[in-house]
Design a protein around this ligand. Structure first.
Ligand code: PLP
Length: 411
């Protein structure tokens, strides 16, 4: 009866089950996977959402790409980051996830392919499948710093490739795309009539000073159709406001063709609420106070992780340039899944295993840098101690054949 766009097996995964059990037993857990900024102890002014009551929200005047004022506000936000884009090349969406869906509809017929980085954002699996698109991986490799394996990008292209996704900076590796990497990828895309889709939701959050300004800019390109995705969810820590956007770059002719088609798709759904559009200018302005809290926290936690990691020679904290996550390479003394279950059941710390993000081999742990500093420090010291210690039997049930956790990470 049902389509294969949604997997038939919807049973909760082993980690979710163990977490549910631990919580029902009332155990306190340090959640080093917390990626919801509204639950991470930041100070959100009580009247932050007051602009949503703007009386302009009382009139419904549907516009497929959104109200011009809101699109201007988004263009001004790009300008704040040094990127120039005209408001008429901005399309408002309810979220970045919706932006992906619109772009897959624009570019792909069912069964067409998009290239996705590996390791990267677990939701790509669902986002592509829900739009009947195939995700083909290309590799990021780590040699003291992350880089894109351009050979793997070249090999991944087929006549059905319609888009190449980059996450800039990437979740969870924290790596920005470099101009030379984008040059080569744009060339490949242009040759295959494919578009570049750059997810820039974390572009505001540098862990290495200057990394963002040294990174590639997709919107300035004229040689390829390029999209930049962003949204309030990360830029001002308001995922519940449900406002995202697509910036469109490329030659006037190709951008015109893309916008004409996107207009029909956007007009079909009209999914962005009028109150959030009317509030966009003020929200972007006031929300800077949340961004200014998030930024120093992720930097402080990352520094702390580097220091603690250096004191634990068996573990290696991988270099990150931006974003809200960090990766720790740990000894492969036992499968990642066992380690993560041990950390939860024996140490009361929740982490994500690398394979959740499609790391090609074990053993890696991914931690969120959003966690309040003292909790983060305590959680990390337990993680490093357990990861470096020889495997011991703990309360966790073993099922070596199972890698049964459905990835779900969309906050
Ligand atoms: C790389 C990346 N893109 C997009 C999103 C989600 O953004 P939105 O809430 O706008 O759908 C996330 C959330 O974690 C993310 O990590």
């Amino acid at each position: 009866m049902f389509s294969t766009r949604i997997a038939a097996d919807l049973a909760p995964n082993r980690l979710a089950q163990a977490l549910e059990r631990a919580r029902s037993e009332g155990r306190s857990i340090i959640d080093l996977t917390e990626s919801n900024p509204t639950r991470a102890g930041f100070n959100y002014p009580a009247d932050l959402l007051a602009p949503l009551a703007d009386p302009r929200g009382l009139t419904y005047a549907p516009q497929p790409f959104g109200l011009l004022d809101a699109r201007r506000a988004v263009a001004a936000d790009y300008a704040r980051r040094g990127v120039s884009i005209a408001p008429d090349r901005i399309v408002l969406t309810a979220s970045t996830s919706e932006a992906y869906s619109l772009l897959f509809k624009l570019l792909c017929d069912p069964g067409d392919e998009v290239l996705v980085p590996r390791p990267s954002y677990p939701l790509f699996e669902h986002l592509t499948r829900l739009d009947a698109v195939a995700a083909k991986p290309y590799d990021l490799e780590y040699h003291g710093a992350w880089s894109i394996d351009i050979g793997s990008v070249e090999r991944a292209f087929t006549p059905r490739t319609r888009g190449l996704l980059v996450v800039n900076p990437n979740n969870p590796t924290g790596s920005f795309v470099k101009p030379a990497e984008l040059d080569r990828m744009a060339e490949l895309c242009a040759a295959h009539q494919a578009a570049v889709i750059a997810d820039e939701v974390f572009a505001d959050y540098e862990l290495a000073p200057g990394a963002a300004s040294r990174s590639a800019q997709v919107l300035t390109r004229r040689d390829v159709l390029a999209f930049s995705l962003g949204g309030l969810s990360k830029s001002i820590g308001l995922p519940q406001a449900k406002l995202g956007w697509i910036g469109v770059g490329g030659s006037d002719a190709v951008v015109g063709g893309a916008l004409d088609r996107l207009e029909l798709a956007c007009d079909t759904y009209l999914s962005v609420s009028t109150p959030v559009q009317a509030a966009a200018t003020e929200l972007l302005d006031r929300g800077a106070s949340v961004r200014r809290q998030i930024q120093p926290r992720v930097v402080a936690n990352y520094r702390h992780l580097i220091e603690q990691g250096a004191a634990t020679p068996a573990c290696r904290v991988l270099g990150a340039e931006g974003g809200w996550y960090a990766v720790v390479q740990v000894p492969s003394l036992r499968p990642e899944e066992e380690l993560v279950l041990d950390l939860l059941t024996a140490d009361g710390v929740l982490t994500h295993p690398g394979y959740f993000f499609d790391f090609p081999r074990e053993s890696y742990l991914v931690v969120s840098l959003l966690v309040p500093e003292p909790l983060f420090a305590e959680g990390v010291s337990r993680v490093l101690a357990r990861s470096a210690a020889p495997a011991a039997t703990s309360g966790a049930e073993r099922d070596p054949s199972s890698r049964s956790w459905a990835p779900r990470e969309n906050e």
